[in-house]
Write a protein that binds this ligand. Structure first.
Ligand code: NAD
Ligand code: ZN
Length: 378
């Protein structure tokens, strides 16, 4: 390709500081170094974790940064030593690496990888490892991905080659939200046939958790959200009951306990709020209930009475739905192509990268499930 080995100048949405709109800038994307791949991003979703970094987490050392970690694209060029990818391959960048060699990758018990960006800091790649520059300044790569850019550079441990038949403007959602929610139900909670489940938060992650509960054979799936406009979508993915905490004066765990004769078998927190995490745990049946934290926050400690666990409940968390990323993402792409998982139904808006701030505002105000931004033409 004509651009191989050269710096590419392209468009990206740069977050210069917390709490401010992103700025569409021309950035420079360095050629891939050893074991790296430069990817032309075709489409990207916007996930709440991008908003978390911008508005809630506010890590001052995390800026300037190019956000976006739910993208799909095409390999433009590869660095020395890369044999797994070739220019033209369709790919999805992965924020959880899978090196296949470390003790975590070799264990079936976890999807963490010792070599990922997460060993450095839990949200951005260090400046030395970022290949992005803007106005002479190094720009960090959020979660090692930076999909709000026409081009990005990723490590080969953090990239999945996918079926060439996959539509990139749909399967981009498998880069984060949908695998996270679906896997939280099937891999982490291990929802059982005939069980009763409650999912808190009906964003894309929670809706995907509902879809996972249904796929696992749950007979009753209770959707909990403070925004009742989300319930129509929840039905599409298999929710059977709908609860708005604002309609009740008693704690939501009591409401669910009464609805289910003692509590749910499985609960999944897909909001990112420590109070909701506690409610989700307390909504579980004693003896065997399993609650999974999916929502993302490191702003506050969580708490609960020890008796909740002593009485036999289990509290777990999940990163990327427990999927070993390089193996799991291509399988989920094929499951979508085989019509075994839904993706189109999550997409409420299609915009362009220039309109990223509109997408952010919509998510902030609960007016969308997923907005897919088209980034570069295919
Ligand atoms: P979203 O903003 O689209 O959805 C959040 C939903 O929660 C909204 O529908 C909102 O109305 C609802 N909500 C807010 N407060 C609530 C409450 N008190 N009770 C019930 N519902 C409430 O977000 P999303 O993109 O679906 O992401 C959901 C969460 O998952 C975020 O915290 C995100 O950071 C996290 N996440 C975690 C991982 C992981 O690997 N663990 C990956 C992706 C996203
Ligand atoms: Zn995400």
């Amino acid at each position: 390709m004509a651009t191989a080995g050269k710096v590419i100048k392209c468009k990206a949405a740069v977050a210069w500081e917390p709490d401010k709109p992103l700025v569409i800038e021309e950035i420079e994307v360095a050629p891939p170094q050893a074991n790296e791949i430069r990817v032309k991003i075709v489409a990207t979703g916007l996930c709440h974790t991008d908003l978390y970094h911008l508005f809630e987490g506010k890590h001052n050392d995390g800026f300037p940064v190019v956000l976006g970690h739910e993208g799909a694209g095409i390999v433009e060029s590869v660095g020395p030593g890369v044999t797994e990818f070739q220019p033209g391959d369709k790919v999805i960048p992965l924020f959880v690496y899978q090196c296949k060699e470390c003790r975590f990758c070799k264990s079936p018990k976890t999807n963490l990888c010792e070599k990922g960006w997460s060993r450095l800091r839990y949200s951005v790649m260090s400046p030395e490892e970022s290949r992005l520059t803007c106005r002479g300044k190094k720009v960090l790569q959020f979660m090692g991905t930076s999909t709000f850019s026409e081009y990005t550079v990723v490590n080969e441990m953090g990239l999945a080659k996918i079926n060439p038949a996959a539509p990139l403007d749909k399967v981009c959602l498998l880069g984060c939200g949908i695998c996270t929610g679906y896997g939280a139900a099937v891999n982490t909670a291990k929802v059982e046939p005939g069980s009763t489940c409650a999912v808190f938060g009906m964003g894309a992650v929670g809706l995907a958790a509902v879809m996972g509960c249904k796929a696992a054979g749950a007979k009753r799936i209770i959707a909990v959200d403070v925004n009742p406009e989300k319930f129509e979508k929840a039905k599409v993915f298999g929710a059977t009951d709908f609860v708005n905490p604002k309609d009740h004066s008693k704690p939501i765990s009591k409401v669910l306990e009464e609805m289910t004769n003692g509590g749910v078998d499985f609960s999944l927190e897909c909001v990112g709020n420590v109070e909701v995490m506690r409610s989700a745990l307390e909504s579980c049946m004693q003896g065997w209930g399993v609650s999974v934290m999916v929502g993302w926050t490191d702003m506050a400690d969580f708490s609960a009475r020890p008796i909740q666990l002593i009485a036999g409940r289990t509290w777990k968390g999940t990163l990327f739905g427990g999927f070993k990323s390089k193996d799991g993402v291509p399988q989920m792409v094929n499951a979508y192509l085989d019509k075994k998982v839904k993706l189109d139904e999550f997409i409420t808006h299609n915009l362009t990268l220039d309109q990223v701030n509109d997408a952010i505002e919509m998510m902030k105000h609960g007016q969308c499930i997923r907005t897919v931004l088209s980034v570069s033409p295919q």
